[in-house]
Design a protein around this ligand. Structure first.
Ligand code: NAD
Length: 281
């Protein structure tokens, strides 16, 4: 039976360490969160980020804009926050409503305040191993959790399922930087089970509940489930058939309680790091 990689417990530890550091700071880190529209999932995420930031003693401001907001209004808000000395970190909650071209707004955020690490400058810095101002929170949290459980990443065959700008691509870069041999699979990949069953570390980020059955998993593999799927009763589930797969994996993350809390902890860590870097400029 696999050992659980407990992201909830570890994220609590990380948050306590952050709080300890923040308590000693005279100028508290400040996070501005922008939410456009009424997406229920986004509302929940934003509330939870705001709550955690406040518990840590951060200055947290949430800007809630209506679904039909004029893109010019969002542009003006981002530019205002870019030049506001009291804002260290800016988070633009995605997805934006359909009439926004998301990438245009990601690129408007000052890379030094880009807490998600989505700005092309930060993505490029990640790709070239040249100190991005911030690294995308979910991939950063995955690496941190693997290390906490002493998973050997160097030379491991790692399969990342999903190639999004938010998760799959930055995760592949981080794994390469850790000297893993990385394969990235996606919706057009053929014979996925066959490829997956060779992986020492299998990381699935698709949002397709139950995609990863035991046929995808090598005996003793490490399995990380990033997927979030809400069933008809509102219960959160992942990509992995946990019951079956946990019988053959060596380590596995649960959903919920795995990568979700690690992502929030990394958001807080990024906010603190940006505020410390900004204080030096
Ligand atoms: P996305 O929709 O942008 O990307 C999904 C990826 O899955 C795509 O690259 C697609 O090619 C791939 N895919 C879809 N069907 C597939 C299939 N049958 N076989 C192989 N690949 C397939 O989503 P995203 O933003 O990358 O997020 C992925 C999942 O992770 C979602 O469920 C999201 O909610 C979740 N997520 C969780 C956290 C967290 O904190 N736990 C953070 C970010 C995203």
């Amino acid at each position: 039976m696999a050992q659980i990689m407990d992201g909830k417990a570890y994220s609590k530890e990380i948050l306590e360490q952050i709080k300890h550091k923040v308590d000693k700071l005279q100028k508290k880190p400040s996070l501005a969160v922008i939410l456009v529209g009424d997406d229920p999932g986004s509302q929940i995420y934003v509330n939870s980020k705001e709550k955690t930031a406040c518990e840590l003693g951060f200055v947290s401001k949430t800007f809630r804009l209506k679904e039909n907001t004029d893109p010019k209004e969002l542009k003006d808000l981002i530019l205002k926050l870019n030049s506001d000395k009291n804002t260290d970190a800016i988070l633009l909650q995605l997805p934006l409503p359909e009439h926004f071209v998301e990438q245009d707004f990601i690129e408007l955020i000052d890379p030094k305040k880009d807490v998600d690490g989505f700005h092309p400058l930060n993505c490029g810095k990640l790709m070239t191993n040249s100190n991005p101002y911030a690294i995308s929170c979910t991939p950063k949290g995955i690496i941190k959790l693997l290390k906490k459980y002493n998973v050997e990443i160097t030379s491991a065959n790692v399969l990342v399922i999903g190639r999004s700008n938010m998760v799959g691509k930055p995760l592949a870069q981080l794994l390469l930087a850790e000297n893993a041999t990385v394969t990235v699979a996606h919706s057009k990949t053929k014979k996925l089970a066959q490829i997956a069953s060779k992986a020492d570390i299998l990381i699935s980020a698709t949002g397709i509940n139950g995609l990863i059955t035991k046929d995808f998993v090598k005996n003793g593999a490490v399995v990380v489930d990033v997927g979030i799927f809400r069933d008809e009763n509102g219960k959160i589930k992942g990509d992995v058939d946990f019951e079956e797969v946990s019988k053959i994996a060596s380590l596995i993350t649960p959903v919920p309680g795995g990568i979700g809390p690690m992502t929030i902890a990394m958001l807080m860590e990024n906010t603190l790091e940006l505020s410390l870097k900004n204080a030096k400029f």
